[in-house]
Design a protein around this ligand. Structure first.
Ligand code: SF4
Ligand code: SF4
Length: 143
């Protein structure tokens, strides 16, 4: 039987399918910095204060858009926002007509595979509550 993400458009997914698509990487919770002169956006190794870094889960999920206005709540009605997501984000990959990576939990049937493969933020970031100037934490141009 074909996999739902291979035969359905993002706009056709059920809520359950939509949620299963998230790989749990938490890269979308990384803080970004925009160069005001060039408009170029840079990533950092600093994450939102509401992220549980060990679990890679938001601790205020239901309140996230109130607490953090720039937190993008992606859904089928605002798919143009998918380009604010990292290039490895499952929603962005599918929007670009690309397959899910081999480490994706839907492929491996194991949630931990995103962490074991090194594709999550676990072990690589600090909270914004601990960070000083974000300019000291730039990791390169946001892709
Ligand atoms: S970047 Fe995409 S796949 Fe990763 S946690 Fe965020 S929404 Fe999910
Ligand atoms: S509010 Fe939650 S989902 Fe939004 S960026 Fe912060 S930790 Fe991530």
């Amino acid at each position: 039987m074909a996999n739902f993400w291979e035969i359905k458009a993002l706009s056709e997914l059920t809520q359950s399918e939509w949620e299963q698509l998230c790989d749990g990487c938490a890269k979308c919770c990384l803080l970004k910095v925009e160069d005001e002169e060039t408009g170029i956006i840079y990533g950092t190794n600093v994450v939102c204060q509401y992220l549980n870094i060990e679990k890679c889960q938001c601790e205020n999920y239901s309140q996230r858009s109130v607490l953090v206005p720039e937190c993008v709540t992606l859904n089928s009605d605002n798919l143009e926002q998918v380009y604010f997501m990292p290039s490895s984000c499952s929603y962005r990959l599918l929007a670009e007509g690309k397959p899910l990576p081999e480490w994706h939990p839907l492929i491996t049937h194991r949630k931990e595979s995103v962490h074991e493969s090194g594709h999550s933020i676990r072990g690589k970031v600090i909270s914004e509550l601990e960070a000083d100037d974000l300019q000291h934490h730039l990791t390169g141009e946001w892709e």
